[in-house]
Design a protein around this ligand. Sequence first.
Ligand code: MLC
Ligand code: AMP
Length: 502
Amino acid sequence: MANHLYDALFGKHRGNTAPFLILPDGAQITYDAFLRQAAQFAHALGAAGIACGDRVAVQVDKCPEMIALFAACAQTGAIFLPLNTAYTAAEVAYFVENSGAKLFVCAPGRAEELADMATTCGARLETLGAGQGTFLALSDGQPEVFDTVARGPDDLAGFLYTSGTTGRSKGAMLTQDNLLSNARTLVDHWQFTDRDVLLHALPIFHTHGLFVATNVILLAGASMIFLPKLDADQLIAWMPKATSMMGVPTFYTRLLDDPRFTGDLVAHMRLFISGSAPLLADTHEKFEARTGHRILERYGMTETNMNTSNPYDGERRPGTVGFALPGVDVKVCDPETGATLPRGDIGVVEVRGPNVFKGYWKMPEKTAEELREDGFFITGDLGRFDDDGYLIIVGRNKDLIISGGYNIYPKEIELLLDAAPGVAESAVIGVPHPDFGETVLAVLVPEPGQSPDLDAIAADLGSTLARFKQPRKMVVVGELPRNTMGKVQKNILRETYRDSFS
Ligand code: MLC
Ligand code: AMP
């Protein structure tokens, strides 16, 4: 039966003996072997009581099996909901509960810690890792073919949770066509073919590593060198076998910090792509000076997949994210009225196209606030077009920190800090960081006569918040700067503490 996403990304590769994944030990997984396992996983989903439309929450370390589970969800019509492996049990509980996931698949090493949470949320618990886990055991001996469930372009394929300014995460509902249309555009725009070998060291629980990198490779029938995480030694060792790489800016700054990363090492490479956070023009220029390659920067987000890209052929302009991708409308608007601004003016970036999500799960009011009736999504990013129409992201209209490509919403941390013993109030800001681009700094105001125990507060946050969200520094002040309306002036704090990590 026809299944819009599965057929295009996966089904067509049946019998294809070309490598899909190249593992760190050099072993290869062919497309055909991968699909046989994915079909077994589709049967295992049925055996676990999962039907079309059910949510499957997955917090699994990066491994081929996790992509096979994504394929199995597409084939059965289940909704794939990947979760950052850094999330604590408290954070995961919210996602499982909010999504109503019927199945929660976690890493074998965390089953004991997460079992009660799954039971409380009414989700069945299975485990999965490279070559291990109860879900793998459930799939063992299942048929290697599966009758694909019919699904159309508008059917939901994935949920990705994105934090919000109120501190509550929202489940972005992505359809089969949101994912497929964008992957098609990117393959075409970035000229991926089955001869490409992508160096893949990104996590696969976010848009970048999964819906951009992996889907592009699947659609093109190309291969990926599938590395567990960013490790400069591994990147440098595998670079000679690759044609292309996608990374967040930290990938590029770390490579540039390594004297083994030379022009000779990458002379054969076809393409370097950066996104998820601003790539400093300085990094772009240093990279070109070292290698002769101009990094192609593009701009996207969880709710929209990719919106703009610098050109493949033509000038890749540092400090810009290029032009709207084919089929995507991008405009810069007045934040108050929504009116389109004249070229050159700074305003909120709005985007529309087949890539834009269907709304936030069970949050119609949030959806209505951000997704206009005419289909434009209000990104919350501030931008302007330059004289030649290149889009420049100049800042954010939303209170958001991006650290090493991970989004962190200050509100979530402030709520915890405000409730800490001895703390009257807090403000959490992003400050420049040489490795992560930005990092988290917390400014605390004590209750009168109190001096908060910063070590105890840090320890408490450690048990609740993923490590990447935890403040790298906390400072205590007498009061927070406020404007005449009483609003905390975070711009002043950002200025005061901007050199904290330089
Ligand atoms: C890890 N740590 C971080 C961090 N990543 N802290 C802040 N920000 C981060 N991004 C912490 C760890 O908990 C640890 O803390 C210490 O830093 C070192 O950990 P590590 O595991 O060695 O870090 P490393 O593997 O080097 O990871 C850094 C990174 C990684 C930047 C390579 O975070 C990464 O791969 N980021 C990519 C994120 C991504 O894919 N974003 C796309 C979102 S989609 P300690 O104290 O215990 O040592 C999107 C849309 C779009 O944005 O447009 O693409
Ligand atoms: P996420 O919600 O994790 O998908 O993050 C999306 C956000 O990342 C966007 O709203 C932007 O603020 C930011 N972003 C993505 N790509 C770029 C880029 N190339 N330059 C600047 N910011 C970016």
